[in-house]
Design a protein around this ligand. Sequence first.
Ligand code: GRF
Length: 247
Amino acid sequence: MRRSGSILSGAAARRLPERAPDGSIRRAENQSRTGEAVADVKRVVVLVSGHGSNLQALLDAAAEPASGMAVVLVLADRPGAHGLERARRAGVDTAVVRPADHPDRRSFDLALRDLVAAARPDVVCLAGLMRILGPEFVRAFPGRILNTHPSLLPAFRGAHAVREALAYGVKVTGCTVHLVDEEVDHGPVLFQSAVPVEPGDDEDRLHERIKQEEHRLLPLAVRLLAEGRVRVEGRRAQLVTAEEVSR
Ligand code: GRF
């Protein structure tokens, strides 16, 4: 099925987003089809461009019985993204929004925003999405978008972080899981993990070891954010206990 330059599959994006007065999109109320409240399973939408190993880590974590979260939609910016196949195998709805189907970046962002919003996410996770998302997208999900980046930010922002770290000759690099704001690879940091550069590393080998850390931290960050256990003050993101969440 094709709609506004998007390729949808499954039951993706059925409902219209509900907007707050500030333009942000309301979180899901978890309800069954008949309207009664069901277990508070947090809804996660994942955006990918490629291989999708981080997506796989999220799917695996969500499949754990007590995870309390479900990946409800996987979106890609290209139909060939292997992440889509991983989602299908896990029985998760998928959609593709191709920049080439939109006249400009803004309309691409809006199409993406509306699809994501219709899935009523508690958390939106950028897991290897190789696109910069504009303000219309970011403002729709305030404090709810997570990204993983393969360097210790603020070092080596951008699309070639591992290559640039190697070229610079650093001895230690790593990954950063952070909230997304309107600047690239910039929002408050939730987790970082250091990965030593080993003699003989090339980009692929080093990136694989960095990804192992991402696979560990990203699902944890998604769960904590979904549970409301992340408090942000300025640039500082702090974890609070489950008891503090209800205060
Ligand atoms: C990850 O290292 C992520 O940090 C970067 O792209 C890579 C995606 O890997 N933005 P995968 O598609 O999850 O395997």
